[in-house]
Write a protein that binds this ligand. Structure first.
Ligand code: HEM
Length: 449
């Protein structure tokens, strides 16, 4: 039975690392069944790729393993219209089309650009920890969740007061696998800008269609409010020099959110004259990719440290030197994204198996990171591991654009925990997310002295 590798419920218990190890030993490229899950219909099945070398081979060869043909999610888009729409996203393109879109935004993510944000990110992490410190306990998932949305709001040019919308949109996207997040809405309309409130009015009334089938959040209608917001933001950004009324209530004479904002990525995209679908998909990509991954990755990193007190002790003794390599090892050990999909463009042999043109191919970063031929004693968590050729940010042309930004946020938040929360320890059982894509935590109760 290979369906357990696909099934989201498997991951609500744990990432099946033992099963991955067995597959690497026996069938490193293996056919995985894709049964129906709840109201979601069964899929065609796919080739799972589990060995480090094969994962890299797939990711570096977009001519053979395309992101564009069928998108990058295991589930096929429901209609050809939905497929066409997601194909406007650079994540779901192959070079050279993807390279063109990537170049437009890349300058905002270089190590130098991110270094300029480092201090503000550290300040924000300090503020988030300040807010819970006196209580002596917290759900760390809630503490950490604001940092990525706050950072993204800055990068995208979204006013601070609207950032909760980013959080809600990401929830909706993961809600199709975990009912706890489906339809979850946390944005307080009264706190939003007029632009945010206008977008709320476009929110789908229900994520269930009249015939009982779920509405796909990765479709144009599933995120209608987000796309409305994206266009509103673009229009306001174009006007920003002379008129910021979209961000300010008429009654308010000053609005720090509007005053603070710069035009961010949205400004760059406008200058390049993208098509509507390209612009909308770029907005989606940043709103969700830079948000969900860290909301899961930061708590996952803390849980890993709590489960390895010897390594936590070592890190505490010299965070200055060790936090950088520790974050790399944390990402190897707890990859926030467990897999991505490609589609074979031609018949090809991989790992001794004959793949046919049109087959789905899914690379498992979570398995590649524990490949014993690359990582000695791969199940040992060792913050001094070197070299550390983990693939949690992917490999090849789609290598995560936000990798530096992600690591900066992880260092900022973990740095706060290490220095400000003495004797931090678990205060209850963590609760895992039901998802075969994101390696996530919904709750991580902690205490400190
Ligand atoms: C620990 C956190 C993160 C992880 C584990 C992660 C992981 C990944 C992975 C595996 C890919 C490659 C997808 C593929 O091969 O198809 C990717 C792409 C991408 N990521 Fe991240 N990501 C993280 C955080 C971020 C952040 C903070 C941002 C931005 C604000 C971001 C933006 C992107 C973008 C734009 C792409 C698409 C790049 C392209 O298609 O050329 N990510 N990410």
């Amino acid at each position: 039975m290979t369906a357990e590798i696909f099934h989201p419920a498997t991951y609500a218990q744990a990432v099946p690392y033992d099963r991955f190890a067995e597959l690497r030993r026996t069938t490193p490229v293996c056919w995985i069944e894709e049964p129906a899950v709840g109201t979601w219909p069964a899929g065609s099945g796919y080739w799972g790729v589990f060995a480090h070398a094969d994962v890299k081979r797939v990711l570096r060869d977009p001519d053979t393993f395309s992101s564009h043909l069928g998108g990058t999610q295991i589930r096929d888009p429901e209609t050809s219209g939905d497929l066409d729409f997601v194909r406007a996203m650079m994540l779901n393109q192959d070079p050279p089309a993807q390279s063109r879109l990537r170049r437009i935004v890349a300058a905002a993510f270089t190590p130098r650009a991110i270094r300029r944000l480092e201090e503000t990110i550290a300040d924000r992490a300090r503020t988030l920890v300040d807010a819970v410190l006196p209580a002596g306990h917290a759900d760390f998932v809630e503490v950490a969740a604001d940092l990525p949305v706050w950072t993204l709001a800055r990068i995208m040019g979204v006013p601070d007061r609207d950032r909760r919308l980013l959080y809600d949109w990401a929830n909706r996207v993961i809600g199709y696998q975990d009912a706890d997040y489906a339809g979850l809405s946390t944005a307080d309309a009264a706190a939003l800008s007029p632009l945010g409130r206008a977008a709320l009015a476009e929110r789908p009334a229900s994520m269930t269609r009249p015939d009982g089938r779920p509405l796909n959040p990765r479709s144009r209608v599933g995120l209608a409010d987000m796309y409305a917001y994206a266009h509103g933001l673009a229009a306001a950004t174009g006007l920003a020099a002379t008129d910021s009324s979209a961000f300010t209530d008429n009654s308010a004479t000053t609005d720090s959110a509007a005053a603070d904002r710069d035009t961010g990525i949205v400004g760059r995209l406008l200058a390049e004259g993208l098509t509507d679908a390209e612009f909308e998909n770029m907005f989606f990509l940043f709103a969700v990719a830079g948000n969900e991954t860290l909301r899961n990755g930061i708590p996952g990193a803390l849980l890993t440290l709590l489960q390895h007190p010897d390594q936590l002790g070592t890190l505490r003794r010299d965070p200055e030197t060790l936090l950088g390599p520790a974050v790399d090892e944390l990402l190897r050990y707890w990859p926030p994204v467990m897999q991505f999909r490609r589609t074979a463009t031609r018949d090809v042999t991989l790992g001794g198996r004959d793949l046919r043109a049109g087959d789905k191919v899914v690379v498992y970063h979570a398995s590649a990171n524990r490949d014993e031929t690359v990582f000695p004693d791969p199940d040992r968590f060792d913050i001094t591991r070197s070299p550390n050729d983990y693939v949690s940010f992917g490999f090849g042309p789609h290598y995560c654009l936000g990798a530096h930004l992600a690591k900066t946020q992880m260092r900022a938040m973990l740095g706060q925990v290490l220095t400000r929360m003495p004797h931090v320890r678990p205060a209850g059982d963590p609760v895992r997310l039901t998802s075969n894509f994101q390696n996530g935590l919904k709750h991580l109760p902690i205490r400190w002295d």
